[in-house]
Ligand binder design. Structure first.
Ligand code: ADP
Length: 467
């Protein structure tokens, strides 16, 4: 069932419940007040008749002569009010002329009322006329002389109630039909923007054009928010898609160079493999190309595992050991650059020793690569209150401001440099830093050198002890 139908049905059902409850309450109150109004007027009329009779007779007369004189009842009756007087045995003594010879019923209820001296209300049918009948005891002192019976047809009340009932039923039906039509229209109006969003989203999907965006309605409502969310999602999808395209282009480009070198050298070997020097040179070139490819493939593998949510082997760790290992490994690469161990605070962190070493080796390797012979690279550790900063500072070529924001991007390399790399080293380093809930930043002064700073949270026990 569509939202449109569901909303309309809910709306109409709710309205139906409200209207029916209102109609029932209204009808009940009306019926009650009309009936009680009639009953009150019957009581009043009975009282008038009783007073009239009492004006005709004194209790003394009644006691002495044993009978009562009755007034002419047409004085009290009107066209629609019937009056009858009965004695204590229920025998009819007098009735108003408009009854035209018929009796108002003297039934068991009335006889009971005579006995108990209590007035009686009932609804009876005389001939074909339905009426409300009130029988009130006629008293002389404490003695019941008989009863005054007042009848009033209730046809008019019944007709009024019927008319009201008809009006309520038809009114409810008309209101529900109108509400249904109005509801369908309103729901259509309010859901139309959603349909437009769906249509545009469909177009984007079928055109496979992730550059398109949904129009955002000017209102700041749920629909505007939905459009903005979908647009945001499209943008991320687009970026992701483009990154994939770029990645495959970069990877194939990176692999092409070593493959060309290998092919060229295999050619040389085939043609001039007899000369030991040529063979040595060609094999060295092939080996270095293979190393480059192996490094690239393992870097790519690591990054794709990182993307897939690889978890690190985290454990409490003393940084001294890590720093010492990195420093020793860097010595093998130093290539005429002086390596210095600067400030060296002891620090304990929660981390993966191998990955942290890999990160720092990447930084050291870059620093050495970009520092000319005679320059220096300094590795330092500073412990703060709840963080530790590890910096790798070189006195090399530096990085110009236009490149600095991008050096952590995958495959980003500053063009025209003497040394070549894959452009993945810093991307991996940044990922390792973030996986340790840390940060990796770079500052550089072109011509003077660069400083890369890794900040890691200290292990809780140490940061607490240090405070
Ligand atoms: P690569 O493997 O090519 O070195 P990286 O991601 O490690 O790739 O570095 C990206 C770029 O950042 C490099 O091409 C280089 O130009 C620049 N870079 C990194 N470290 C330094 C440094 N210490 N001094 C100068 N430039 C650097």
């Amino acid at each position: 069932m569509s939202i449109r139908v569901r909303l309309t049905l809910w709306y109409v059902s709710l309205l139906a419940v409200i209207l029916i409850a209102f109609s029932v309450a209204f009808y009940t109150v009306l019926q009650y007040s009309l009936t009680s109004e009639l009953d009150r007027s019957l009581q009043e009329r009975a009282q008038q008749v009783s007073l009239g009779i009492q004006a005709f007779n004194t209790p003394y007369d009644v006691m002495r002569f044993g009978y009562i004189r009755l007034p002419e009842l047409n004085v009290f009756s009107t066209r629609s009010i019937y009056i009858q007087i009965i004695d204590e045995d229920g025998k009819v003594l007098r009735r108003s002329p408009n009854l035209m010879g018929r009796d108002l019923p003297v039934d068991e209820l009335v006889m009971n009322g005579l006995k108990t001296k209590q007035p009686v209300f009932e609804t009876v049918t005389v001939g074909t006329v339905e009426m409300r009948l009130y029988s009130a005891p006629l008293m002389a002192s404490d003695t019941v002389l008989g009863m005054v019976q007042i009848g009033n047809p209730i046809g008019e009340i019944r007709a009024t109630l019927q008319r009201v009932l008809l009006f309520l039923i038809s009114g409810t039906i008309i209101a529900l039909v109108l509400a249904m039509l109005g509801g369908v229209w309103l729901v259509y109006l309010s859901l139309r923007p959603i349909e437009r969003i769906t249509e545009t989203a469909n177009q984007i999907v079928s055109a496979e054009d992730l550059k398109q965006r949904l129009p955002v309605p000017p209102t700041d409502d749920e629909l505007a928010r939905l459009s903005r969310t979908i647009n945001h999602m499209l943008e991320r999808l687009d970026n992701f898609f483009q990154a994939q395209v770029r990645l495959s282009a970069d990877v194939s480009h990176e692999l092409r160079t070593p493959l060309t070198i290998i092919r060229g050298n295999v050619d040389i070997l085939r043609r001039m493999g007899d000369s030991p020097t040529t063979r040595e040179e060609a094999l060295n070139a092939v080996e270095s190309a293979l190393n480059r490819m192996a490094r690239l493939v393992s870097d790519l593998l690591l990054l794709s595992q990182a993307d897939a949510g690889m978890t690190l082997k985290m454990q409490p760790l003393d940084l001294d050991g890590v720093i010492l290992d990195v420093f020793q490994q860097a010595h093998a690469l130093r290539n005429g650059v002086e390596l210095k161990l600067g400030h060296a605070d002891p620090a304990r962190v929660y981390g993966d020793a191998d990955r942290l070493k890999q990160l720092l080796i990447n930084l050291m390797e870059n620093a050495i690569k970009h520092t000319p012979t005679g320059g220096s690279v300094t590795l330092s550790v500073y412990r703060g209150e709840d963080h530790v900063r590890i910096s790798v500072a070189d006195t090399g070529a530096g990085i110009s401001p236009e490149h600095l924001p991008h050096i952590f991007d995958r495959f980003y390399r500053v063009k025209g440099q003497r040394v070549r790399g894959s452009g993945l080293g810093l991307a991996i380093a940044k990922w390792i830093a973030e996986a340790h809930h840390g940060t990796l930043t770079a500052e550089s002064e072109p011509g003077l050198g660069s400083t890369f700073t890794l900040t890691l949270p200290l292990l809780k026990e140490q940061s607490a002890a240090g405070e």
